[in-house]
Each structure stands twice: as structure tokens, then as C-alpha cells.
Design a protein around this ligand. Structure first.
Ligand code: CMP
Length: 138
């Protein structure tokens, strides 16, 4: 079925000039942009977005990195969106990401890993609604 996922182009990929290339890969892979925003997370908002990881050792670094510079947030639509997007971006650690994936091409480390992709339909909905209201979704 056609469904949706949520992504962020993270501060490293924005700073390194990869917004255009990443959006191009996403669109060329058949995703339709439903909503999109260029913005920056405060540490408070980044902490809230990643609250599920609060108890993890990497939480502090994750929050400071994700609030270190602007990002692009977007809701994407495609058949099998969540799974196909995770295949397009590759493994969380770019060292393990398959050839041709976005993280293999544009990411440097597990923290600065270029893009976020939702891990379930339920989280895609929650994460998209963190940034966008019904009026922003086309
Ligand atoms: P993301 O999928 O956006 O969500 C959590 C982020 O935490 C993840 O991408 C990684 O960038 C970062 N991270 C850092 N260390 C780890 C780890 N050991 N396991 C999973 N994610 C990690």
C-alpha cells in the first residue's frame, strides 16, 4: 500500500552541501514529497524528538549534534515507504552501509550519519506530526 515515512537531512549533510544530492536520490527512488521544512532544532526540541533514546549512552551527543546546525525535515510518500526508505539510506553506521546508499555516499560516522529515517509506520506518523500540521501536508 502507499504510505508515508519521515526523514531529516542532518546537520552534517546540510553543512557539507548535500541537500540537493540527497533530495535528488530520494525523488529518483520514487518518493513523493508530502511536506518539507528547512529549520533548526533547539537542544530542547532535539531532546524531545529523540526522547525514546533518553537512557542510551549516546543521547547527549545525539541531542547536541542534532541541534548544532540547520536540518531539512520532510514527510515522504511511496508504496512500502518505511522499509524502502531504510533500504535507500543504508545502515545506521555508514561503515556498514551498502554501496550506493545515501549514508555510504554522504555520511562520515554513526552520529553524523547524514539522514534519519523512521523505523515504523507508527513512528513515521509521530515524527511527521512533530514538525508538520495537516495544513502543511500536500
Ligand atoms: P537515527 O536513526 O536518526 O536515530 C538515533 C541516532 O543516534 C542514530 O540515527 C545515530 O545517528 C545515533 N547513534 C549514535 N550511536 C548509536 C548507536 N550505538 N546505535 C544507534 N544509534 C546511534
Amino acid at each position: 500500500a502507499t504510505n508515508r515515512t519521515f526523514t531529516m537531512i542532518k546537520p552534517d549533510a546540510v553543512a557539507n552541501g548535500h541537500i540537493g544530492a540527497i533530495l535528488n536520490d530520494i525523488i529518483a527512488s520514487g518518493f513523493r514529497i508530502v511536506a518539507m521544512k528547512y529549520t533548526k532544532l533547539s537542544p530542547e526540541k532535539a531532546g524531545e524528538f529523540y526522547a525514546v533514546h533518553k537512557e542510551r549512552g549516546f543521547y547527549g551527543d545525539l541531542v547536541s549534534f542534532m541541534s548544532s546546525g540547520p536540518i531539512v525535515a520532510a514527510i515522504l510518500e511511496k508504496t512500502n515507504a518505511v522499509e524502502d526508505f531504510r533500504a535507500l539510506i543504508g545502515a545506521t553506521n555508514p561503515a556498514d552501509a551498502a554501496e550506493g546508499t545515501i549514508r555510504q555516499k554522504y555520511a562520515k560516522s554513526i552520529d553524523a550519519n547524514a539522514v534519519h529515517g523512521s523505523d515504523s509506520d507508527e513512528n513515521a506518523e509521530i515524527e511527521g506530526n512533530f514538525y508538520f500540521t495537516a495544513f502543511d501536508k500536500f
